[in-house]
Each structure stands twice: as structure tokens, then as C-alpha cells.
Design a protein around this ligand. Structure first.
Ligand SMILES: Cc1cc2nc3c(=O)[nH]c(=O)nc-3n(C[C@H](O)[C@H](O)[C@H](O)COP(=O)(O)O)c2cc1C
Length: 213
């Protein structure tokens, strides 16, 4: 039985463009995998606390030897690990905030950046056989050749992070750009970029969800 772990991180609730794409993937995947297990986390609504020294120590200490304080932190990290371990497919919804990712997603990532998941010298890890789908949404455009292309620290950063964790074989980015063309008058002229990238992200999400069945 396949398991989909779906993690969103927008603060925009129902108005989030990244969440619309992850919802398309999740809906199609669940239709294609009626017996599959579905785990959902909304980091925008329920953030995971930032790492502290004790939370970090708990990550790197055998649970049998945790202090009572570490054991409390391990409840949070252990649940994140259990969800990641169970997943065959990891689906992330990622808004661009200040040229990078939301700090709530970073907190989630800090919980899994441990020796347990780090890639070995051959680039392999317990995560290597999983599929990773990342649906990003950006207010502007960072496509190659655009003036702000070098400000894009979202996809390259996430690719580096998941390469460190051995997850490289089956990784897909679905980027919706120019979402602010709906609200910023000066960007209205770029609505066609939004339309094209949004359509492509949803259609690729449907394709990948069916292929993952
Ligand atoms: C705190 C914050 C920071 C943002 N920083 C950027 C940015 O650096 N570049 C950009 O193109 N858009 C930026 N935006 C716009 C968002 O990327 C855009 O609204 C996107 O659609 C958010 O994803 P969502 O629709 O899934 O919530 C920012 C929005 C917020 C709320």
C-alpha cells in the first residue's frame, strides 16, 4: 500500500497558489491509489518549532538515552521522521518568501537533516527510492534569462538539500510564476507568464500523480 506525505507551507490558506497545485496532485494520486495512505501537514497553519540546542541534541541521541526534556522534543521530531519513513511520495507546497523558502518549511527540514538520512559516498540514503514533487509559487519570475534569475534561492537550495539526503532520482519541480500579476498593477502585463506556468504545473501534477500509481 503506497503512502503520500503532503506538506504545505503557505501562510495564504485557500488563496495559496502552491496549495492549489499540491491539491491537484493529491486529489489525482488519491483517486489513482484508493487503498493508499495519505498524511497531511500544513506548516503554515501549524508550524513546527525552530530547533533549540536540546531539540538538536535529541535528534542526535539514541531515544533510549534521552533526558526528559529531549524526550519532549523527540515527540515532534519522531513524528516528522515517522511520516517521512512511511512516505513513498513526498509532496511539498513551497511559496517563495524573500527569494527562498518559508522558515516553517526550514524548521521541518532541520528535523530531517540528520545522519540517519544523510547520503553515503555513493549518494544513497533511506530516502533515495522515494519520489519528491515540489510545487513552488513565486510572485515574480526567476526563469533563466529574466532580470532576477540569480535571486532564485528556492529550487537550487531545495535540490542541494535533498541531494545531501540522497533524494535525487525521482525529483520534480512544478513552478508557478508571476502570481503577483493578479494583485500588483505593474505586473499585470505578465499575467500570460502566470497563465502558462500555472497551467503547466497543474497538468504535470496530474501526469505525475497518475504515473506514481
Ligand atoms: C513574506 C513574503 C515574502 C515574499 N517574498 C517574495 C520574493 O522574494 N519574491 C517573489 O517573487 N515573491 C515573493 N512573495 C510573493 C509570494 O511568493 C507569492 O505571493 C506566492 O504566490 C506565495 O505562494 P502561495 O500563493 O502558495 O502562498 C512574498 C510573499 C510573502 C508573503
Amino acid at each position: 500500500m503506497a503512502t503520500l506525505l503532503h506538506v504545505d507551507s503557505s501562510i495564504n490558506g485557500a488563496n495559496s497558489w502552491s496549495k492549489k497545485v499540491t491539491a491537484t496532485f493529491a486529489e489525482e494520486w488519491r483517486k489513482a491509489n484508493p487503498e493508499g495512505e495519505y498524511i497531511y501537514r500544513d506548516l503554515g497553519a501549524e508550524p513546527i518549532e525552530h530547533l533549540t540546542a536540546e531539540a538538536y541534541a535529541a535528534l542526535n541521541t539514541d531515544p533510549a538515552e534521552h533526558t526528559p526534556e529531549q524526550a519532549e522534543h523527540w515527540k515532534v521530531s519522531g513524528r516528522v521522521h515517522a511520516e517521512v519513513d512511511a512516505a513513498d511520495v513526498i509532496l511539498l507546497g513551497v511559496p517563495m518568501y524573500n527569494f527562498s523558502i518559508p522558515s516553517t518549511l526550514k524548521s521541518w527540514m532541520d528535523r530531517i537533516a540528520t545522519q540517519k538520512y544523510a547520503a553515503d559516498a555513493d549518494g544513497r540514503s533511506p530516502l533515495s527510492d522515494k519520489k519528491l514533487i515540489v510545487a513552488t509559487a513565486r510572485g515574480g519570475s526567476y526563469a533563466p534569462g529574466t532580470p532576477r534569475a540569480s535571486f532564485e534561492h528556492q529550487e537550487p537550495y531545495l535540490r542541494s538539500f535533498f541531494t545531501f539526503l540522497g533524494l535525487t532520482d525521482d525529483v520534480h519541480f512544478l513552478n508557478t510564476e508571476m502570481t503577483l500579476s493578479h494583485v500588483v498593477p505593474a505586473l499585470e502585463q505578465f499575467k500570460h507568464v502566470f497563465d502558462a506556468t500555472s497551467e503547466q504545473a497543474h497538468s504535470r501534477a496530474r501526469e505525475l500523480a497518475t504515473a506514481a500509481a
